[in-house]
Design a protein around this ligand. Structure first.
Ligand code: HEC
Ligand code: HEC
Ligand SMILES: [Ca+2]
Ligand SMILES: [Ca+2]
Ligand SMILES: [Ca+2]
Length: 466
């Protein structure tokens, strides 16, 4: 008996030894493997999610604390909530004028909406109506009837945004119909392509057409994932990227917008929206509630100071967009994708669509200090006459737009087929989006236009891998 138990325990010890050795060899091999294969850049650092399905833009950032995960869930409910006419038990306060009854109704599956009624917005201003003296009055921000910008004087009867829907008993401000004009152009190799540009037809409530003097700017909803990380990029980083006088002479002169912050009642760096017209995500979300849905809130109240929603709901909806994850890249080892990335850099796309940035200290601590790959500099660039809306927004001129992030852009049609690109949704494909680039990006566009069909496909495949 004694010898048997001695033998079996000896066997056990040998087995345990072998097991340990196997683990050590395993660790060693995996180290070796990792050092041999280049690190796959994780789009959003530790917060990246691995989901490239049609729900890719609806995932909470990886690594949220349990409390923040729950808050994200509360925010999801707020973002989906469909508002109705007051009085009502659930979600009252819609309108009287509005564009859509919920955030999710425009930002379809958190991606971009379509350039059609109920999803796109038309911003307007009347250059004749300069009712504010910008020398004496600081940039006052008066959204619709609450706020006014000195360089986008409101249009009598329309304000600065057309609400084309209204609750029972009210009349929408105008009807917006999107028409498109097509032109045929050629790649360097002679292959033809079509580009379309919008010709919106705006009919006022009284049946008249909107005067051609009025500046109009149609905008599709931008994707809302990953933007907490963009907010977490320190201002100093953006200031360093800016080169307003193009001192380094590369033809690219990004600059920062300076906009009105309703909370601090002072000017601040603009970051959100197609022309970077809002300084914070909270203000962007609050202005969406009041302008796009007619839902007054703690930042934009009724004249008597009351509001349709309280701070908790506004905060939750905002927290939701702050903590929406970015999907991981795919096909990083595919040789065509790798060639596409080289072509992207050679065409100088990366001068504006900056690949790598670092977040700083942020209110959502899980998003702090991450290395991220957003492919944007968040700066305004002159994109030429072709893309111009000719309607300024604070410092942004009629030809300037903020570089949009390209992360996750490859999933656009997986999330919503037929959704389109650029500020007004004119580009049906990634190729069309590139071919509209002008101004500071003209050389980049020409570089792409003159690539061989093979190389164009590789560059676009790289974009689809993002
Ligand atoms: C009627 C459609 C519509 C509704 C409703 C709407 N949005 Fe938007 N959203 C847009 C459009 C259009 C833009 C681009 C605005 C611009 O450039 O001026 C935008 C931009 C944004 C952005 C900026 C993204 C970026 O990258 O800069 C955020 C954040 C946002 N919306 C959040 C919300 C939230 C939160 C709600 C609900 C409270 C909401 N939106 C409701 C149409 C809508
Ligand atoms: C001078 C800065 C600049 C350069 C260089 C540049 N872009 Fe852009 N890009 C922008 C801006 C600004 C927009 C938004 C324009 C608009 O919406 O009207 C944009 C939009 C895009 C979009 C559409 C994004 C969306 O969300 O709809 C894609 C795709 C894109 N760029 C790819 C490229 C590629 C590929 C290159 C190189 C061939 C390139 N860009 C070069 C500034 C630049
Ligand atoms: Ca209301
Ligand atoms: Ca209006
Ligand atoms: Ca420069």
């Amino acid at each position: 008996m004694t010898s048997l138990s001695w033998r079996s325990s000896n066997k056990l010890a040998t087995l345990a030894m072998l097991f340990m050795v196997a683990i050590i060899i395993g660790i060693f091999l995996s180290r070796l493997w990792n050092s041999a294969s280049p690190q796959i850049p994780l789009a959003a650092g530790e917060t990246t999610v691995f989901n490239r399905t049609s729900t890719a833009y609806e995932q909470p950032s990886a690594g949220l604390t349990e409390a923040n995960f729950d808050k994200h869930g509360e925010g999801d409910i707020a973002f989906e909530a469909v508002f109705v006419t007051s009085p009502a038990r659930v979600n009252p306060g819609l309108g009287p004028l509005f564009n859509n009854a919920s955030c999710a109704g425009c930002h379809i599956r958190n991606g971009r909406g379509l350039p059609e009624k109920g999803q796109m917005l038309v911003r307007v201003s009347d250059p004749q109506e300069s009712n504010l003296d910008s020398n004496t009055v600081p940039l006052q921000y008066q959204l619709e009837d609450n706020i006014k910008q000195s360089n986008t004087p409101s249009v009598p009867g329309l304000g600065t945004q057309i609400q084309d829907q209204a609750i029972y008993g009210y009349q929408p401000e105008a009807a917006v119909e999107m028409n498109w004009q097509e032109v045929t152009e050629r790649y360097g190799d002679g292959t033809t392509y079509q580009l379309r540009s919008p010709e919106p037809k705006i009919t006022l409530a009284n049946g008249e057409s909107l005067s051609p003097e009025i500046q109009i700017s149609p905008r599709i909803p931008s994707p809302v994932f990953g933007i907490g990380l963009l907010e977490a990029i320190p201002n100093q980083t953006l200031e360093k990227l800016a080169d307003p006088e193009d001192k380094d002479g590369d033809g690219i002169s990004g600059r920062l917008n300076q906009v009105w912050d309703v909370q601090t009642k002072s000017t601040a760096i603009g970051k959100f929206g197609w022309k970077a017209g809002h300084p914070t995500l909270l203000q962007q979300s609050a202005s969406a509630y009041v302008n796009d849905m007619g839902v007054t809130n703690p930042l934009f109240t009724e004249p008597d100071g009351s509001a349709d929603i309280d701070e908790e709901i506004l905060d939750n909806a905002n927290f939701y967009v702050q903590t929406l994850a970015v999907p991981a890249r795919t096909l990083t080892k595919d040789s065509q994708v790798q060639r596409g990335e080289t072509l992207f850099n050679e065409a100088n796309c990366a001068a504006c669509h900056i690949s790598t940035l670092k977040t700083g200290k942020y209110e959502v601590k899980e998003l702090s200090y991450q290395t991220i790959y957003p492919y944007t500099d968040l700066l305004l660039h002159d994109m030429g006459e072709g893309l111009a809306d000719n309607r300024p927004e604070f410092l942004a001129t009629g030809t300037e737009w903020r570089t949009p992030p390209l992360w996750g852009i490859g999933l656009t049609h997986t999330v919503l087929p037929y959704s389109s690109f650029l500020h007004d949704g004119r580009a049906r494909t990634l190729e069309e989006a590139i071919l509209w680039h002008g101004g500071e990006a003209e050389a980049s566009r020409e570089a792409f236009r003159n690539l061989s069909a093979d190389n164009r496909a590789a560059l676009v495949k790289f974009l689809r891998s993002l």
